[in-house]
Write a protein that binds this ligand. Structure first.
Ligand SMILES: Nc1ncnc2c1ncn2[C@@H]1O[C@H](COP(=O)(O)OP(=O)(O)OP(=O)(O)O)[C@@H](O)[C@H]1O
Ligand SMILES: [Mg+2]
Length: 392
């Protein structure tokens, strides 16, 4: 017979010490096995510290091979070094699966390099964004590094104008703009016109899939801080590493499988993650209901849910949800539906168990309002964002 699980028993489990460690982009202990790629990137980016711009650097690799993590770590190191040497440097990181148009990419960069000004989240035309970008880069007179992550989404959606613009901006700007493009689609070159190709640098940094030994080290390093002592054995980590290296060497998937093993152990009331749990946990990941439900939603429903999980708040009001949806649409170059349609979707979501929705009276305003609650932990939120973005 199945044992009853209560919230209290889950929270007081003997397994996890700090589950979030499994989902940190750059763990406190640093990243492993990417020295070669980091060295190449350091060599390439060093001229920025001598006030000189770097032509586009391309970073390729399969999902989960550490591209975003390595670049994030490197940007922090570059910024620290610039500060030490009193070199002016501003950085912008844009996720292009979230921002697929030239306009929203530029507005996102602007809001990061010029934070004193508040840029509108929706509503700008492309020419307005471009002229503001030219003006600000001229005025700031600084080094700028812009990272366009998952750039293949923007290229497929709206062409390569943004790359062309960034690569040519140094000809007139007072600032020196360097660009890093990250993609997990090796055919990204096919989306770039020859005219743009000729303005790009020749540097390409490749992130190969992790081997089982590498995955094993990555898992071991996290397991030390995520779990209580002696909960996870070396054999368990090794088995996960072997499974995931045979499937494409994805560190994200390996960490998720480890988490899923721990959850399986807790639901069984165990004190250890045993070897026999690995296969079971692997199967249960495939059945994970919320991700399967999200997979069946329509494009607009996905955009609506994406807008909601992007906010870290668990309670949202109805009006705010609509504006988050409109923003998500604009970033993806999609025409939003009416507020009435969105209300119907919210009712569906609540039936599907994706949200909890409650109508309350705002006493002071004497009107009805809908409060929407998302009961999701931060790891699930992170994974949902990625899964939805990848599936739109
Ligand atoms: N070398 C590493 N050492 C430690 N952790 C790593 C390493 N590489 C990846 N990870 C972890 O694996 C997860 C996925 O890495 P990351 O997001 O950088 O992959 P990615 O290559 O950007 O994938 P995608 O193409 O899907 O965006 C992150 O949680 C990251 O911390
Ligand atoms: Mg990434």
């Amino acid at each position: 017979m199945a044992k009853a699980v209560t919230f209290a028993s889950v929270l007081q489990n003997p397994i996890y010490k700090d589950r979030d460690v499994l989902y940190a982009l750059v763990p406190q202990t640093g990243l492993l096995h990417r020295t070669e790629q980091k060295n190449e990137l350091v060599m390439e980016l060093a001229p920025i510290l001598m006030n000189s711009a770097v032509s586009c650097v391309f970073v390729y690799g399969n999902p989960g091979t550490g591209k975003t993590a390595v670049i994030t770590e490197l940007l922090a190191e570059l910024t620290a070094e610039a500060k030490k040497r009193k070199v002016n440097l501003k950085q912008a990181y844009v996720n292009c699966s979230e921002n697929r148009t030239e306009t929203t990419i530029i507005v996102d960069i602007l809001s990061q390099i010029d934070p004193s000004k508040s840029y509108p989240r929706v509503g700008w035309t492309r020419s307005k964004a471009v002229s503001e970008f030219t003006r600000v880069t001229n005025e700031l007179n600084t080094n700028i590094i812009a990272v366009l992550d998952e750039v293949d989404y923007a290229l497929k959606e709206s062409g390569d104008d943004i790359i062309y613009r960034l690569s040519r901006i140094n000809e007139k700007a007072g600032s020196k703009v360097s660009t890093i493009l990250i993609s997990n689609d090796v055919r990204v070159g096919d989306y770039i016109k020859p005219k743009t190709h000729s303005t790009l640098g020749r540097v390409r940094v490749i992130f190969a899939p992790y081997t089982s030994e590498e995955l094993n080290d990555i898992l071991k390093d996290r397991a030390r801080y995520a779990f209580n002592p002696d909960v996870v054995s070396d054999q368990v980590l090794q088995k996960i590493a072997e499974i995931e290296s045979s499937r494409g060497g994805d560190a994200r998937k390996a960490l998720e499988l480890l988490d899923s093993c721990a959850k399986a152990a807790i639901s069984k009331g165990g004190r250890k993650v045993t070897l026999d749990l690995v296969d079971e946990a692997d199967r249960s990941l495939e059945k994970d209901t919320i991700f399967n439900i999200v997979g069946t939603l329509t494009k607009h429903q996905k955009l609506l849910y994406l807008g909601m999980v992007q906010s870290n708040k668990s309670d949202l009001d109805g009006g705010r949800v609509y504006s988050m949806y409109v923003e998500a649409c604009q970033k993806q170059n999609v025409q939003p539906l009416s507020i009435r349609r969105i209300r119907t979707f919210l009712v569906n979501f609540s039936e599907l168990g994706l949200i909890k929705s409650e109508v309350t009276w705002l006493r002071s305003l004497r009107k009805k309002s809908r409060t929407i609650t998302l009961e999701l932990d931060s790891a699930t939120r992170k994974k949902l964002r990625k899964v939805i973005r990848d599936s739109i």
